[in-house]
Design a protein around this ligand. Structure first.
Ligand code: G1P
Ligand code: ZN
Length: 543
């Protein structure tokens, strides 16, 4: 088989972010676009000759096309083997697991997460390293630099691989193994959780609904929740992955899962509702009459993890992204374990997990996970919740209220201002930063400012420093305001304002969240002048 070297020209404006390279499908469909990016990844790596590469994606439009190209380029560049999910499917956490389990050199995860798919939707390519986690910045920087000067890529002239058939095929000198995308992941979940207790829970009449959103978790949820755990057929809805996600938006939040929310708020609805996003790493948790915020979910999972066999000896520590509420901090304090506050983005958890410093991690943006893989994991969070419900034999609402009664409650919300003019957003942040030194000790709306800074993270494992990760204004009573600009938006700037108020409580009285946070919303507005600067009277999204 002769390796072809194809001349190509570089293109600019494609710095891969924390989630890899994400663009509209027509951009990826340009001649040599996928090829240039995949070759640039391989050009930035060393020592993979003869080694294994894992490839899989969330099944969105163009997944199959990109996979065939990537397989040929991997073969031409000297990989020994590619492991690819049947039908091109691997959820992001499942891909992380396969990389770890089979000690692969790395993997390509093809997804644009919770963004819409289809011919006009989004597509993405991300490279994960041997620990199963997203490539660190030094690799993504090298890839970016390479894409700017690349002048050729290597490929082969071969027929397409049959992605539908499990088993081994060859491409040039390379082996391609098409694997069952669910099997290894399901086995890992069975190791971590008390499947017998969860089976008994379903057998007792407990009812749940899981919305796979026409995305990648469908096959995983059908197998694990219905076949292995015995939930009635129909528990998993929208469970067949569709290239366009049935023209939906596979983002598991209260906007796109409103029907499920409404169902859970009725007396005769199911006991538990959950959903996951396009590539299976985010989660939504709703109990009967109780939506659980991701920040509270992180705290609750950490506090109860020991009820699952995989965590029976306790957890080493917890990490949360800086804007995530401090609810988990109170759990860590009580358990006497390490607590870490990291910048936004899952990649910052990798070092802490690898070093065994933390076991459970989470972000306010609906990502939760543990040391079982190096990605956040939607179904994992759902199964840990089920395990806890099965062992405690209580409903979600009762468990949440008991948690608040023993730890206090962190009222929490995030206000997003999307598609703001970048210059205006940057000036807002710069001016706000300039005001921080004068804020310490001031009393605003009756609240004393304990600290005001722009968050700098010192990685305790590799000693690296990440500065300017978001403005934090902390108050003496534990309340907090955080402002930062999104790193994942595609049009203009997205300003995110995170608000949090701590309240010791008996867990019984329940304020409306926006109402409870109104004084802090007012302080944020008066400090940053959001309305005057952006011309917006209200946030684009409130979560
Ligand atoms: C957002 C979330 C962040 C998450 C990231 C990737 O990033 O806020 O928690 O890790 O998406 O899923 P942002 O747009 O805020 O930079
Ligand atoms: Zn995702």
């Amino acid at each position: 088989m002769t390796i072809k070297t194809i001349n190509t020209t570089p293109y600019t404006d494609q710095k891969p972010g924390t989630s890899g390279l994400r663009k509209r499908v027509p951009v990826f469909q340009q001649a040599n676009y996928v090829e240039n990016f995949v070759q640039s990844i391989f050009d930035s790596l060393e020592g993979f000759a003869g080694k294994t590469l894992v490839i899989g994606g969330d099944g969105r439009f163009f997944n199959d096309v990109a996979i065939q190209k990537a397989i040929r380029i991997a073969a031409a560049n000297g990989f020994g083997k590619v492991m690819v999910g049947q039908g091109g499917i691997l959820s992001t956490p499942a891909a992380s697991n396969v990389i770890r389990k089979y000690k692969a050199f790395g993997g390509l995860v093809l997804s644009a997460s919770h963004n819409p798919g289809g011919p006009e939707g989004d597509f993405g390519i991300k490279y994960n390293v041997g620990n199963g986690g997203p490539a660190p910045e030094k690799i993504t920087d090298a890839v970016f630099a390479r894409t700017k000067v690349i002048d050729s890529y290597k490929t082969l002239d071969t027929a397409d691989i049959d992605l539908g058939t499990i088993g081994t095929q060859t491409v040039g000198d390379m082996t391609v193994e098409v694997i069952d995308p669910v099997k290894d992941y399901a086995a890992l979940m069975e190791e971590l959780f008390d499947f017998e207790a969860i089976r008994a829970l379903f057998a007792s009449g407990f009812r749940m609904t899981f919305d796979a959103m026409h995305a990648v978790t469908g096959p995983y949820a059908h197998t694990i929740i219905e076949d292995m755990l015995g939930a009635p057929k129909g528990t998993v809805i929208n469970g067949t992955p569709s290239p366009s996600f049935n023209d939906g938006h596979p983002d598991p939040n209260l906007v796109y899962c409103k029907d499920m929310y409404d169902l859970l708020m009725t007396e005769d609805g199911p006991d538990f509702g959950a959903a996951s996003d396009g590539d299976g790493d985010r989660n939504l948790i709703i109990g009967k009459n109780r939506f659980v915020t991701p920040s509270d979910s992180l705290a609750l999972l950490a506090a109860n993890a020991h009820l699952a066999p995989g965590y029976k000896d306790g957890i080493a520590g917890i990490a949360r992204s800086m804007p995530t509420s401090a609810a988990a901090d109170r759990v860590a304090e009580k358990l006497g374990i390490e607590m870490h506050e990291t910048p936004t983005g899952w990649k910052f958890f990798g070092n802490l997990l690898d070093a065994g410093r933390v076991t459970i991690c989470g972000e306010e943006s609906a990502g939760t996970g543990s040391n079982h893989v190096r990605e956040k994991d939607g179904l994992w969070a759902v199964l840990l919740w089920l395990n806890i419900l099965a062992v405690r034999k209580q409903g979600v609402d009762a468990i949440v209220r008991e948690h608040w009664a023993s730890y206090g409650r962190n009222y929490y919300t995030r206000h997003d201002y999307e598609e703001v003019d970048s210059a205006i957003a940057n000036a807002l942040m710069t001016d706000l930063r300039g005001r921080l030194p004068a804020l310490a000790g001031q009393v605003l709306e009756g609240l004393e400012v304990a600290y005001a800074d722009d968050f700098t993270y010192h990685d305790p494992v590799d000693g690296s420093t990440s500065s300017m990760q978001g403005v934090r204004i902390g108050f003496a009573d534990g309340s907090r305001i955080v402002l930062r600009l999104s790193g994942t938006g595609t049009v203009g700037a997205t300003l995110r304002v995170y608000l949090e108020r701590y309240e010791p409580t008996d867990g019984q009285h329940d304020l409306d969240t926006q109402h409870a946070l109104a004084p802090l919303i007012g302080i944020a507005e008066s400090l940053a002048g959001i309305k005057a600067r952006t011309g917006r009277t209200e946030p684009s999204v409130i979560t």
